[in-house]
Design a protein around this ligand. Structure first.
Ligand code: FAD
Length: 427
């Protein structure tokens, strides 16, 4: 008889929690996995059709993330609505420095892909349908206490609160993680003093599958190629960093005024901005925890690290962390160890730490160096961007980071799920 109600309980079924559940079901199918998700989306009642929406939010998936999704058997479905990034153009407004990375020079079909979050969520839910994963929604994890060899987790569904025992709790409740705080993990928050404005825009010229990273004296912006219904090639997803006053001024404008303001900052590489969709915005900060594990608990996804969105690294880093955690659980099962044991969870921390620290440093320094108006820094940026073009080694390093293949190489044994390998597939 099993001592526990379930083996692993995951608090939060967002992109990180749902991907972890799918990966566990594929790689260690003997484990019983329960996901508790506050939002009322269930694998039992999924929409039949998917219609891309102009206002959907999207995520840039690095090449390394595609490889992981392929191994999880999710890529084929995801790729139905994913736009390839064939070039990345990095530039500095009003300065000479610019660099261009192309998929061709790296001998592959794409540097990465842009997928809309709603489609990613739906694809994950459809794949989870055929698995043993128990999906409880809407329901909320309220807290956790230790019990012999495992944990007891309080789960609230409607008016009822039940205790669910498990070997291990994985916290995947997002960047504003209430559980991280209530379980006493020390998080460090560094405020960027800026806001991210998120929207979709239409352009008169085609994006030609180019992602633009543009640094301006007011802060960085990214435009990712998308494929809106009705105007393929002429829609991009915008992440625009703005100070409080610049944000307020922009929000006071009508759609035409907003497009004009964007045109002034971005220039004409995409022709004229003809439409801006619904905008959303939020203050930017970098959140990281010193240690993502405790006996019986591990933090993943945004609960463990929330990065600046312009560099497009957050989910890609999270995905590599999930692969590492699954690998440790697999080893734990093989060795018959309790999965909440620090001998198992500490392996996740050690194996993921270097990639995590390097990716945080990479995305943070990109923002801090390129988000400054000072003239000496601007000159250094020009030198840096031109240097990238002139020094193949530096450019290759930058490209490998952007493609999500620059970190260590966790490989789930027997499944070949790897994040650090050279591209193995071509379209
Ligand atoms: C504007 C923007 C653009 C981005 N662009 C990129 C990009 O291009 N590339 C990239 O790699 N990353 C990007 N990211 C980061 C990426 O979106 C996140 O890394 C990813 O969404 C993290 O998912 P998560 O599952 O950790 O958190 P979330 O998506 O926040 O999910 C948390 C889930 O937990 C649930 N929950 C909360 N509390 C509880 C509880 N107590 N009990 C049960 N459930 C609970 C919530 O309902 C939610 O579903 C971007 C982020 C933003 C904001």
């Amino acid at each position: 008889m099993n001592r526990f109600d379930t083996d692993i309980i995951i608090a939060g079924g967002g992109l990180a929690g749902a991907t972890l559940a799918l990966a566990l079901s594929r790689v260690v199918p003997s484990l019983r996995v329960t996901v508790v998700e506050a939002y009322p989306l269930s694998t039992d009642a999924l929409p039949e059709d998917y219609q891309p929406s102009y206002d959907a939010r999207s995520t840039a998936l690095a090449w390394g993330s595609r490889l992981i999704f392929e191994e999880l058997g999710l890529w084929q479905r995801l790729s139905e609505h994913a736009t390839p990034i064939r070039q990345i153009h990095v530039s500095d407004r009003g300065r000479f420095g610019a660099t261009r990375l192309t998929a061709e020079e790296h001998g592959q079909a794409a540097l990465g892909y842009v997928a809309d979050n709603r489609w990613m969520g739906l694809s994950l839910m459809r794949e989870l349908q055929g698995t043993q994963v128990q999906w409880r929604a809407p329901a909320e994890v309220l807290g956790m206490s230790s019990q012999a060899g495992g944990v007891s987790v309080a789960v609230k569904a409607g008016e009822d609160v039940v205790q669910v025992s498990a070997q291990c709790l994985v916290v995947a409740d997002g960047g504003r993680s209430g559980l991280r705080e209530s379980l006493g993990f020390q998080a460090r928050h560094d405020n960027y003093g800026q806001n991210a404005l998120i929207t979709n825009v239409s352009t008169s010229d085609s994006h030609r599958f180019t992602a633009f990273e543009r640094f301006t004296d007011a802060g960085p912006m990214a435009l990712l190629p998308g494929g809106a219904p009705g105007c393929p090639g002429h829609q991009s997803a915008l992440v625009w960093t703005l100070s409080d006053s610049a944000l307020e001024a922009l929000l006071g404008l009508d759609s035409e005024g907003r497009c004009q303001r964007l045109q002034d900052r971005f220039g004409w590489r995409l022709g004229r901005f003809t439409r801006m969709g619904e905008v959303s915005h939020y203050p930017l900060k970098l959140t990281t925890v010193a240690e993502p594990v405790r006996p019986g608990v591990a933090l993943v996804g945004n609960a463990a690290h929330t990065l600046h969105p312009v560099a497009g690294q957050g989910f890609n880093l999270a995905l590599r962390g999930l692969v590492t955690l699954v690998e440790q659980f697999q080893i734990g099962v093989e060795q018959g160890r309790p999965l909440g044991d620090l001998g198992v969870l500490g392996g996740y921390q050690r194996a993921h730490q270097q990639d995590w620290q390097q990716t945080v440093r990479f995305s943070d320094s990109l923002i801090r160096i390129f988000g400054q108006a000072s003239a000496p820094l601007a000159a250094a940026r020009d030198a840096g961007l031109m240097g990238l073009d002139l020094l193949p080694g530096a450019k290759r390093w930058f490209a490998r980071r952007a493609m999500g293949v620059g970190g260590r190489k966790p490989v789930i044994r027997g499944h070949g799920v790897g994040t650090g390998t050279e591209p193995a597939h071509h379209e």
